[in-house]
Ligand binder design. Structure first.
Ligand SMILES: Cc1cc2nc3c(=O)[nH]c(=O)nc-3n(C[C@H](O)[C@H](O)[C@H](O)COP(=O)(O)OP(=O)(O)OC[C@H]3O[C@@H](n4cnc5c(N)ncnc54)[C@H](O)[C@@H]3O)c2cc1C
Length: 541
């Protein structure tokens, strides 16, 4: 076909997934083209430039482990790195391994269709290019498709508005302005304190309160870095087998097997210096499985909120009451609750007074109050886990559309690949542990599994690999069964697609634990890719 380029593999995205995927494939000698909508590498950390954006796991752990030279030479400056530092790190990775040359930036993969006769994916981009490839790999991200605000009247608003996930590169100066912030999830609780520092007035509109744990962030010293670097190999190995991908042992002890005093001490540690995103989830084995155990954490955190926030009405609004702790993503913040003690910061509960509409000058709530503002910040989240994949028009065997196949929720064997779509792989795809985990660990695991699988195919002369229907359904059932043994279904979370109108209500991430999941994936590979069909070329030219 004239003007069509042929390569071995096409990779979508220049975040951590895309970068590492491209590295592994090109190291194997494959010819790879990669596409990225943004004008540079970084993915999440390229787009989320809002002030306050910061990783909520320790920087040492939220980084690549695949190259010892890289982890030894890179010097994290803060315990929880802020967005500019992570972006710098990912640029360093791109340069160090000379990866940028494989990417075409400012280009979206619009569609991918599998040609059954030739066992090739035909990929079309927004740049008008057509690329044919044996393998099509999505590193399009789990939280990369911002959910539009969807509030009536936004077009009429005369001021400016921003989504945290598409923050302008030049930054936003809120000095002297009246600001409305809508949303108090992970991004919302990070951005609000920084906006509060600058703005004349900040009104935070909260739909559902979150559990926010304070960040004990500090500058890292040379000594601290050297201590970690000296034991990096063991640290990484522990993370790989931990339930959440962090260097800690998952507890076996249950909350009521210890005294109230012991529990309290453990929770104080998790709230303080030992705190990180997953700390409370790892206090006791049954925190996310047993309601009474969960309530001990919820009560502890509720008491902390009431202690910090002086106005009792505001404090009550901030205390989560409608879902168990941890079943919506808990957040790590700096001074989030404290800002509500400041005179120029207000909280509006959208449960009590929902937004009626946006007017030319502000936000009108159901009690008839017009909250007049100059700027709006939407921290309204993402079409998570499936959004970026389904935005591409993907067609498999028999002209099957992925959008049709997934209309009742995603089906994907191990969350990596899906029946009827041969040679298509998803890094941290739906039904894998992904966002419940340290994503750096999840990404490395998937990239390595996929590249090993491709190596196996190339070595053995296979033309296609395809997930089988029955194991795929069994995996889906297993994912749902595991979640059924937890408290997660008691929350309307983005794990369930509940934040996107019309999205099927299916629990998407795999809760069986990242370490166990890794063992399952390895076992499948070891057994000749059990549950997949591998075929030599059917086409003799
Ligand atoms: C604000 C925020 C904070 C986070 N904090 C943490 C944290 O503390 N710890 C943690 O483990 N995880 C965190 N995450 C999750 C984070 O997304 C992952 O850790 C990780 O960065 C994902 O990397 P990725 O490469 O898979 O996806 P992304 O980084 O999302 O990159 C995907 C890239 O693909 C591009 N893309 C998508 N579709 C197309 C297309 N059709 N064509 C071309 N390009 C496309 C996108 O533009 C994007 O740049 C956070 C996410 C957000 C949004």
């Amino acid at each position: 076909m004239a003007g069509t380029v042929q390569v071995d593999a096409v990779v979508v995205g220049a975040g951590m997934s895309g970068l590492y995927m491209v590295k592994r494939l090109t190291d194997m000698g494959l010819d790879v083209r990669a596409f990225e909508v943004g004008d540079n590498v970084g993915g999440t950390w390229y787009w989320n430039r809002y002030p306050g954006a910061r990783v909520d796991l320790e920087s040492f752990d939220y980084s690549f482990s695949f190259d010892d030279g890289l982890q030894q030479e890179w010097n994290w400056t803060e315990r929880y790195a802020a967005q500019p530092e992570i972006l710098k790190y990912l640029n360093h990775v791109a340069d160090r391994f000379d990866l940028r040359k494989h990417f075409t930036f400012e280009t979206r993969v619009e569609s991918a269709a599998f040609d059954e006769n030739r066992n090739l994916w035909i990929i079309k981009t927004s740049g008008g290019e057509t690329v044919e490839a044996k393998y099509f790999i999505s590193g399009a991200g789990v939280l990369s498709t911002p959910k539009p605000p969807e509030i009536e009247g936004l077009d009429n608003f005369r001021g400016k508005w921003y989504h945290t996930g598409r923050w302008p590169h030049e930054g936003v100066d809120f000095t002297g302005l009246r600001v409305a912030q809508i949303g108090t999830g992970s991004s919302g609780i990070q951005v609000a304190p920084v906006v509060a520092e600058q703005a004349k007035h900040l009104t935070v509109f909260q739909r559902t309160p979150v559990y926010c744990v304070p960040t004990d962030n500090y500058k890292l010293t040379e000594e601290m870095r050297n201590t970690v670097k000296a034991h990096y190999t063991e640290r990484r190995e522990t993370s790989r087998h931990n339930r959440y991908g962090v260097p800690a042992e998952f507890p076996t002890i249950k909350a009521f097997e210890v005294s109230e005093e012991d529990r309290r001490q453990k929770y104080e540690e998790a709230w303080g210096e030992k705190g990180h995103l997953l700390a409370f989830r790892m206090t006791y084995a049954d925190v996310l499985a047993d309601e009474a155990a969960n309530k001990t954490v919820a009560d502890f955190l509720g008491a902390k909120i009431r202690e910090i926030v002086k106005d009792p009405v505001t404090a009550e609004r901030l205390v989560p009451k409608t879902y168990p702790f941890g079943t919506k993503r808990p957040c790590l913040g700096i001074r989030f609750y404290e800002i509500f003690n400041e005179d120029h910061v207000d909280l509006v509960s959208l449960h009590e007074t929902p937004i009626e509409r946006i007017t030319e000058t502000g936000i009108l709530t159901s009690d008839g109050t017009l909250h007049e503002v100059d700027v709006m910040v939407f921290a309204t989240g993402y079409d998570a886990l499936t959004g970026a994949i389904l935005r591409m028009d993907i067609t498999g065997r028999g002209h099957r559309k992925l959008r049709d196949k997934w209309k009742d929720g995603p089906r994907a064997y191990l969350g990596i690949s899906t029946n009827e779509f041969p040679n298509f792989f998803m890094i941290t795809g739906p039904l894998s542990p992904g966002p419940l985990n340290n994503m750096a660990v999840s990404i490395e695991q998937h990239v390595e599994w996929v590249s090993d699988c491709i190596k196996y195919m190339e070595k053995n002369g296979f033309a296609t690999i395809e997930a089988q229907e029955q194991p795929e359904q069994e995996w889906f059932d297993h994912v749902q069964e595991v979640v059924g043994n937890t408290l997660y279904l008691k929350a309307n979370s983005w794990y369930l697609g509940a934040n996107v109108p019309g999205k099927p209500r299916v629990f998407i991430p795999y809760l069986g634990g990242a370490g166990t999941y890794r063992a399952t994936c390895d076992e499948v590979a070891k057994n000749g890719y059990r549950g997949f069909t591998l075929e030599k070329s059917k086409v003799e030219a």
